[in-house]
Structure formats: structure tokens, C-alpha cells
Design a protein around this ligand. Structure first.
Ligand code: ADP
Length: 408
């Protein structure tokens, strides 16, 4: 079936023109409007009035475009389009039109005038303008974000600078405080050993107070130095195969006087045939020493302390546990226990000295070894702290397995 030769039904063409909100005007070759049709309001309110007018008078956007219209009439331009022309409607609304100029041909095919088509694209125009507006807003936000990012980067750089300054200050201050402490401690020891004369009871007692305070200051300064080194990533471990049995016994001996002074018996449970651990001996002694010192500080006189070394549940690790039956740690303080400068309520009540840096440092050091630290604690019942060190020689593990629960 062919539609060739069929003219479009006029009802149908009216329907299309109205639904698509299209109006048209046809001119003669002198640009005088000779026919108007389609959706009325778009072109002019009264079609009769439009007839006989010049097209540029009817469509002000075409004023100045006479050359273009001449080209269309001359057959040199097949189509000309103007987008988003706007009009005020009778009720004060703005509508947007797309205007198209086409050659109008008579029956013989000759160009007899211009076909002007106007389509109301307000809805499309709205969407387009909203889109453009959103795009502008987005660009504005992006600019704002870029500016804020730059400000944030500058603020961060300043914070880093201040942080480095603070670390440098703490480091210098700790060093300077430490230097005179060494001779003070040395001379106090000489005096306490009565190398330069005998002491009266009072003199000995006062010197012991000086010695304890000096030791506290030394611990504080070395903790401050450790924190700054850890934060700067400057702690380097000298890892070597280490006998934990010997190491724990040495630490226990070092803390012996403190434990005796507080009448706290210490039990060591260490199998004799454990494989060696891979650790930095000085740092491992610091870790165990810190846990032992805490166990003593936070356990009343006469309390009990036990250190156990065993193969850890986790393959390839040894576990050192330090248990006490001291004051314990309140449940709500437990999550913050490893934070810098944090001290539990119970610590404050005991009156034990400390700056809340020991566990923070201990955790950093143990993690540098590849191990873990954790604890269980119950108020007024006591606490057990566990740390793990990697085994130095994994091939020794199978041979040692049965000795897991042996005691020394
Ligand atoms: P410090 O002992 O200098 O306060 P630490 O970082 O070593 O700092 O310990 C942080 C806090 O953890 C202590 O102040 C104390 O409240 C709590 N704590 C640590 N070990 C024990 C323990 N064995 N028993 C009870 N509380 C402990």
C-alpha cells in the first residue's frame, strides 16, 4: 500500500499542530503573510490581523535577518532555526519558542515564499534552563569544595608543622631533663651504698625517697621520648633469637625489690624447653617490665602476682601473661586503656604514680614485633595482661607441643 499522492487529512493536521503546540505562517515572496494556521496564541492572538503583515513585523527575531530570508527565498538556504525565542502571554507568563524558517514551494515546486513554523517548547525550555542552573550550582559547589580542600590542606600542613614542633619540644625537654638525672641517681646510689661514709636511719630514708623520685623521673622522660619516637616512626627493633625464660627471670629480678617492698609474692610459670622468641631484648624486657610494674602498682600490699610464659593459641607465637589480684579496671574504662595519658578511675584512687603512657608504648612496641596485647580484668578481683611474641625458629614447635603446661 502506498501513501503517495495523498494529502494529509486537514483534521489530522490540525490535531498534530495543536497537540505539538505548533503555529505556522506562510508568506509570499515579498515576505507578506498570506496564510496563518495551527495553534493560535503562539504566533498572534488574532489570525485575521496577522494576514497582510510583513513576517519580520510578526516575528521580531527576524528583523536584521533579511539576508537569511533572501537566501531561503533564493533557494540557497534550505532551513534556518532560532532556538529559545521568548514571548509574554496574555496572562503574563513567559513561553519559549523554537522558530524555523523554510522555503515554501507552490504546486510546481517553485519557491513562492517562506514557511515560518513556531513551536512552543516552554516545557523543554524549563527543563533545559533548570539543568543549566543545576550545572551552574554544581560548578559553584565544586569551586567551593576545591577552595575548602585547599584550605583544609593548608590547615593540615600547619597542624603537622605544629605537631612536629610539639614532638621536637617534648623530645628536647625530655633529653635535657634526663641528662642531669643520671649523675643524681649515680651519686644517690654511692651515698646509699655508704661508699663515702655511713648513714643515719633518717638520711637513708630520705635518700631512698630521692632515689625513687629520680627513678620515676627517668621512667617519665624515657616514656616521653619513646612516644615521640613511636609517633615519628623512629623506633627500630634489633630482632634476635631470645630465650624468654631468661629474659622474664631477669626482669623479675630487677623488679624484685619493688615487689618485696610491697610484700607481693611473685610466681613464675615458664616451661624450660620453650622455643626462642624473635624479639628486641631491650624492648621485650621493657614490655614485660611495664606489665610487671603495673601489676605491682595496681595491687595492694600483700597481693599475688604471676607471670606465665607458654605457647600461644595462635600458631608461631609465644605468650607472656602477667596476672594480679589487684584493684582491676572498671568495665567502662577498659576500651580506652591503651590511649595516651589515659588512667583508669581505679589507678587514681590507689594513688599510684604514672602518666598513662606505659600501656600505649607497650602496645606500639608489641605490634612492632608483630604480636598482640590484650587483657581481662574484673573490678576488685584483678587483671591479667597478655602479650605475644613471634617464635624465632618455627621448626622447634612440633618438639615442644607436649610441654605446653609444664611449670618451673
Ligand atoms: P600508668 O601506670 O603510668 O598510669 P599505663 O599506661 O601503664 O600508665 O596504664 C594505664 C592505666 O591502665 C593505669 O593508669 C591503670 O589505670 C590501668 N592499669 C594498667 N595495668 C593495670 C593493672 N595490672 N591493674 C589495674 N589497672 C591497670
Amino acid at each position: 500500500m502506498s501513501f503517495q499522492g495523498h494529502a494529509m487529512d486537514s483534521t489530522l493536521s490540525h490535531l498534530i499542530l495543536r497537540n505539538c503546540e505548533i503555529a505556522y505562517a506562510i508568506t509570499d515572496d515579498a515576505l507578506t503573510v498570506v496564510e496563518v494556521g495551527g495553534e493560535g496564541d503562539i504566533l498572534c492572538n488574532d489570525h485575521e490581523v496577522c494576514l497582510g503583515q510583513s513576517l519580520p513585523d510578526l516575528v521580531p527575531e527576524l528583523v536584521g535577518l533579511e539576508d537569511v530570508l533572501a537566501d531561503i527565498l533564493g533557494g540557497d538556504l534550505p532551513r534556518f532555526e532560532l532556538a529559545w525565542a521568548n514571548r509574554e502571554t496574555a496572562d503574563g507568563q513567559t513561553i519559549y519558542l523554537t522558530l524555523v524558517e523554510l522555503p515554501y514551494r507552490d504546486r510546481t515546486g517553485q519557491i513562492a515564499g517562506i514557511l515560518h513554523v513556531a513551536q512552543d517548547v516552554t516545557e523543554m525550555g524549563m527543563v533545559d534552563r533548570q539543568l543549566a542552573q543545576s550545572r551552574n550550582e554544581l560548578r559553584l559547589l565544586q569551586d567551593q569544595l576545591t577552595r575548602q580542600n585547599l584550605e583544609l590542606a593548608a590547615a593540615n600542613a600547619e597542624l603537622r608543622r605544629l605537631d612536629e614542633l610539639k614532638s621536637a619540644f617534648v623530645s628536647v625537654a625530655a633529653h635535657e631533663l634526663r641528662t642531669p638525672l643520671a649523675p643524681i641517681r649515680g651519686y644517690v646510689e654511692v651515698l646509699l651504698d655508704e661508699e663515702v661514709g655511713s648513714l643515719t636511719g633518717d638520711q637513708r630514708e630520705y635518700l631512698q625517697i630521692v632515689e625513687r623520685s629520680t627513678r620515676r623521673l627517668l621512667t617519665l622522660t624515657s616514656n616521653l621520648l619513646d612516644v615521640t619516637r613511636i609517633e615519628a616512626g623512629q623506633v627500630e627493633l634489633v630482632l634476635q633469637s631470645t630465650d624468654l625464660h631468661a629474659l622474664v627471670e631477669a626482669v623479675a629480678a630487677e623488679y624484685g625489690p619493688q615487689l618485696e617492698g610491697r610484700a607481693q609474692p611473685l610466681t613464675l610459670r615458664i616451661p624450660s624447653d620453650l622455643p626462642p622468641a624473635l624479639c628486641d631484648e631491650t624492648r621485650a624486657a621493657q614490655i614485660v617490665g611495664n606489665l610487671l610494674s603495673n601489676a605491682s602498682k595496681y595491687t595492694p600490699r600483700g597481693g599475688r602476682i604471676a607471670v606465665t610464659v607458654a605457647l600461644a593459641e595462635e600458631d608461631g607465637f609465644l605468650e607472656v601473661s602477667v596476672a594480679d589480684n589487684g584493684v582491676g579496671i572498671p568495665a567502662n574504662d577498659q576500651p580506652r586503656l591503651f590511649d595516651r595519658f589515659f588512667r583508669a578511675q581505679t589507678a587514681l584512687l590507689t594513688g599510684a604514680s604514672g602518666a598513662g603512657l606505659g600501656l600505649h608504648i607497650t602496645r606500639s612496641l608489641i605490634e612492632l614485633h608483630g604480636g598482640r596485647i590484650w587483657f581481662e580484668s574484673e573490678l576488685d578481683k584483678g587483671s591479667t595482661f597478655h602479650v605475644t611474641f613471634p617464635v624465632a625458629d618455627e621448626s622447634a614447635l612440633t618438639a615442644i607441643e607436649p610441654a605446653r603446661s609444664a611449670e618451673t
